[in-house]
Write a protein that binds this ligand. Structure first.
Ligand SMILES: Cc1cc2nc3c(=O)[nH]c(=O)nc-3n(C[C@H](O)[C@H](O)[C@H](O)COP(=O)(O)OP(=O)(O)OC[C@H]3O[C@@H](n4cnc5c(N)ncnc54)[C@H](O)[C@@H]3O)c2cc1C
Length: 441
């Protein structure tokens, strides 16, 4: 009797697990259970809309989704439509691949003022994620501050500053493109607590900021280190190389002559946010200057303010607890032993490791868990996997989205695209269901 395995979440970690399972156990029946009608997790809802080449990895995942023993149940949320306990009674093994969808909260006074949007929400909004369709950020300001020094911060700054032409081949939803391109934002400040040697951008993303048609990259030379050995002590060889490349790029930005480009992105380091100022709406942020000593970031007591009408804290993501699984509040992950939570229950990707790394960093998680499953589990004749799941979903009148439904949606998105855009995304679950089934009577 073949094993029945449920993978909750269809982002990269879920797909790498399914791929590994189809190799480790070719007869296994593998079912994706995904809360959105659309697959691919942050590939669709996180990776920047103007980075279509990166998003193409989804085409490889499609080969896995199309395999005979693999099924997709979209629009089914664990905890809302079916519980983890119920699933565990139906399947021989359950793999949690639910990612880390929530923003790490900025906990300074004023952080809940109008105009402050965490990057999970803001990125979700500009990527057409249905959860954030109604975010409606007020972009009527000429100055925005992005707090953080990682690739997500760079993405946010670039999407705010890139010209309509530069965005022409993106899948930015129409309502988002209309708002961003009408916004008077000309200054974006990317502010990091530590120094430029500690910034986590990858070099390709950083260099891209120097190639924007309308925007000057601004770096203050006095913030760049003279003594590389001192600031890079403690980093391994690979990290040192990356950071030396980044410092070279920042140095090159710092030497650029004035141009007639109308917009600026300021890379500001050694600054820790202290308070968001204003009435109901954000008007400025107060920062404290920092210095980094023996690897530690210390406040100097010197304060300064940046005026702005929009603040995007881009300081990391966190997972949310799932009823029926343990949760480590401090680390924001499910405690696990290299992916094994207990026999029959596993974790992969960001819910396993925390929110770090690139798409391919999730691949080994899937390979390891597929091996554990092959080791730990024998098929239980009382567990009928998808037959039981479908019976419960039918009984609860849940309209699940199969992979062929998703393919129909995708074909419509591609057909509806205008100009050079690769697709015109559906941005609400209702619109997706209506497009598939027609309007309800
Ligand atoms: C803004 C942003 C941009 C990024 N850009 C890049 C990039 O350009 N290049 C790169 O290499 N990496 C990038 N990354 C990193 C990459 O996206 C992650 O490494 C990867 O997506 C993590 O995979 P995951 O499967 O763990 O989580 P996710 O991709 O988040 O997938 C989790 C899935 O689980 C589903 N889910 C959640 N809860 C439930 C539930 N209760 N029931 C059912 N389903 C559920 C979600 O809807 C989602 O589909 C980026 C990350 C972010 C945040």
């Amino acid at each position: 009797m073949p094993l029945s395995i449920a993978i909750i979440g269809s982002g990269p970690a879920g797909f790498y697990t399914a791929d590994a399972l189809t190799k480790a156990c070719p007869d296994c029946r593998v079912d994706f259970i995904e809360r959105l009608p659309t697959p691919f997790g942050l590939i669709r809802g996180g990776v920047a809309p103007d980075h279509q080449t990166t998003k193409r990895v989804a085409k490889k995942y499609e080969n896995t989704a199309m395999m005979q023993h693999v099924h997709f149940y979209g629009n089914v949320e664990i905890g809302r439509d079916v519980s983890l306990m119920e699933l565990r009674a139906m399947y021989d093994a359950v793999v949690l691949a639910v990612g880390a969808p929530a923003d790490k909260k900025l906990t300074i006074p004023g952080a809940n003022k109008i105009g402050v949007h965490g990057s999970a929400a803001f990125v979700g909004w500009y990527n057409g994620h249905p959860d954030f369709r109604d975010l409606k950020p007020d972009l009527n300001t000429n100055s925005a501050v992005v707090i953080g020094n990682g690739n997500v911060a760079v993405d946010v700054a670039r999407v705010l500053l890139r010209s309509p032409r530069g965005m022409a081949e993106s899948d930015l939803p129409d309502h988002v493109a209309a708002m961003i391109h009408a916004a008077p934002i000309t200054e974006v400040h990317m502010v990091g607590r530590r120094g430029p040697a500690d910034a986590k951008f990858t070099n390709v993303e950083l260099r891209e900021m120097g190639n924007l048609k309308l925007t000057n990259p601004r770096v203050r030379p006095e913030q760049l280190p003279e003594d590389l050995d001192a600031v890079l002590a403690g980093y391994d060889e690979r990290d040192r190389r990356l950071r030396i490349r980044n410092l070279g790029t920042l140095r090159e930005f710092s030497t650029r002559k004035d141009t007639n480009k109308p917009k600026n992105v300021y890379f500001d380091f050694f600054a820790s946010p202290v308070e968001i100022l204003g009435g109901e709406q954000v008007e400025a942020i107060r920062f404290e200057r920092t210095r980094v000593e023996n690897g530690k970031c210390l406040g100097t007591g010197e304060m300064f303010e940046i005026e702005c009408g929009l603040v995007i804290p881009s300081i990391g993501y966190r997972s949310e607890p799932i009823e029926g699984a343990p949760f480590d509040e401090k680390q924001g992950i499910i405690p696990n032993d290299n992916g094994r939570i207990e026999a029959g229950l596993y974790a992969v990707g960001w819910i396993k490791r925390g929110p770090s790394g690139v798409i391919s960093s999730n691949r080994p998680d899937g390979v390891i868990v597929a091996e554990y499953i092959a080791e730990d589990i024998t098929a239980d004749p009382d567990r009928h996997g998808r037959d039981q799941l479908e019976a419960v979903l039918k009984q609860r009148r849940i309209r699940w989205i199969g992979y062929s439904d998703w393919q129909r949606l995708e074909a419509m998105e591609i057909e509806n695209a205008e100009g050079h855009a690769p697709r015109k995304k559906f941005v609400t679950v209702e619109d997706m269901i209506h497009a598939l089934d027609g309007l309800p009577n």
